[in-house]
Design a protein around this ligand. Sequence first.
Ligand SMILES: [Mn+2]
Length: 337
Amino acid sequence: MNRLAEIAVRLKSSSNILVTSHIMPDGDSIGSLLGLGLALQQAGHAVTMFSVDGVPDRYSFLDGSEKIVEKLPPKVDYDCVVILDCSDQDRIKPIWEQVKELLIINIDHHPTNHFFGNLNYVNPDASATGEIVYQLLLEMAIPVDERVSAALYVAISTDTGSFKFENTTPAAHEVAARLLEAGVKLREITPRVFDLRSRTAICILREALNTLRYSEDGSVAWITLTEKEMISCGARDEDLDGVVNYAKNIEGVEVGLIFREKSDGVVKVGFRAHSIDVSKLAETLGGGGHARAAGCFLEMSIKEAVEKVLDLVVKEVENGRNHQSFEASRDDVPRCC
Ligand SMILES: [Mn+2]
């Protein structure tokens, strides 16, 4: 692995730079791209900021996002290509063949990173790639202006789930503090990035909560959504983002589930857990994912899918209790401490 100082030296000597980040961009992808791209431009470099899938509406208010392009010329010639927040080449598949012979600088915080660059800086301890970009700008002695600070703040605050996830480190807060000092306006960011919901998303949330059910012992809560309900709201999969958490976050619930009927007789199941490992359950059903967030597809009716999955999950929760493998949940912590 390279040091950030080496990457800083290389960037300083590059006049024509391509900066890009992953497909289906999230806040860290866009925020890092914009933060680094704008700062390098300001320092006098010719920078092309590129995002395969453009800029999601939620982030298009960010100053400078209008400069992010979705197409590259057929012949590319850059002194270097900075690839941000991508664990592997597949995350930038549409342009990889086109740029792979150029000098690639890979900057990321995913522990699974493939070190596909000529220069690689991967720090899994960083809360977001945006946090690394901030350190890189310090290294290059490029001042962080209002536009750059807003972009990097969006990167860090989205990847830490508004500073709620476990990757919220002291360093994340420290960098956020410096960005606030540099002029971040939360009244412009918070309503757009965190609070805004489309009417479609609210419509499908209302339908979803109407279907909420609990297992007998109350440890599992689930939501079912039929194709009919999706169509009646005009909802797409992305409108269901976070809906399963309404089930998971109910008092006494260990596992929240969402069953989404697809038009082709397939049911998509989402699992969210507080303490047990639901990725193993999802794997036994042909799916996978993370320990506390997993999913699978089942070829059966939604009624059959609920019965099948519920049986497995309730047993797993019981097992978890018997083996006392639960970590202390917030409610288990005595109020005094
Ligand atoms: Mn990230």
